[in-house]
Design a protein around this ligand. Structure first.
Ligand SMILES: [Zn+2]
Ligand SMILES: [Zn+2]
Length: 123
């Protein structure tokens, strides 16, 4: 393969964006860590880097929100459990006791599920 800019020079590298060949002179003038044949390709590469960075930020935010959801579920589970205890002592209603303790169990499981989902992405 010949250099994209110099038809006579043998390519020693390829553009990381479009895959065109670049000779030693052309690849040496690169300022970024990845080789690009032109300013357009260089900016396209940095745009790709930018969107990858944004993806990382979104992933981090999702992880944080999963953690927040887990915390919220645990709080609600605690409140439901407390309500079940209160209902047990104050209200002679089997339905209320079952309902509130059922909510506590479901919310606790949801909290664990969210917590594990948030933890999985931490690598
Ligand atoms: Zn290129
Ligand atoms: Zn060249």
């Amino acid at each position: 393969m010949k250099c994209f800019n110099h038809a006579t020079a043998e390519a020693v590298a390829v553009c990381a964006h479009c895959g065109r060949g670049l000779c030693a002179d052309c690849s040496r003038t690169q300022t970024s860590s990845r080789i690009a044949c032109s300013a357009e390709c260089a900016s396209a590469l940095s745009r790709a880097d930018e969107s990858f960075h944004q993806l990382e930020v979104i992933t981090r935010q999702l992880r944080d929100s999963a953690r927040a959801s887990a915390f919220y579920c645990y709080v609600c589970a605690g409140l439901s459990a407390a309500a079940a205890v209160v209902a047990w002592f104050l209200l002679p209603s089997t339905f209320l006791i079952l309902f509130t303790s059922g909510c506590a169990v479901v919310l606790l499981l949801a909290g664990i599920w969210y917590g594990r989902g948030g933890g999985k992405r931490t690598t």
